[in-house]
Design a protein. Sequence first.
Length: 228
Amino acid sequence: MTTGSSLLDISTAGGMLMLPIGLCSLALCMFVFERAMSLRKGRVIPRPFVKRFVSQMQAGELSRGEATRLCKENKSPVASVCSAAVRKWGQPAQVIEAAIADEGERVGNRLRRYIRMFNGISTITPLLGLLGTVIGMIRAFNAIVTTGAMGKPELLAAGISQALITTAAGLCVAIPALIAYLYFTSRVDRLLMEMDTIGQKMVDSISLEARKRSEKRRVVKQPAKRAA
């Protein structure tokens, strides 16, 4: 194999196992692009929606119906979590927290879609490469027996070189796949933590205890206005 060998030549020299490794590489590129688009922070946690929704909820400017409508209109993952909290409007804090946790788990499962594929690709491709190398080494040593290549080191070296191509190809796919897995897993965890923080603000705004405190403040303010 010459220094100027093309990628196609190298792939062909690697044997049939280069095909599944190539398919894994293609799948990796597709899933990385899909997850990169789907896990954009602006798509998962739209800042304008969160800022407006949380501030209005904390100020008591939204009714249950208005809050539900805003969540349905936004349709983002964080809006889904907020909607789960709104459905428990006026109930004890523990009930709302449980609803947020349940919806957060469902949202997390959707956000983690395809991420396991990265882990699978990073595990499978080195094994495919190793299998290709083993097969190539078997062929190389068979060549020694059948053609007497022991006295021709260039023939033996060529066979071993071709055998190692699949291992190199498998690692070239596995390493980026593992990096993608770690990156997107960490990204999902950060997004879920931020959604949990937003959910806690919802609990503090719409729970039974919060509504009671709000009503008490209004009752105290009304006599003060009359006295004035």
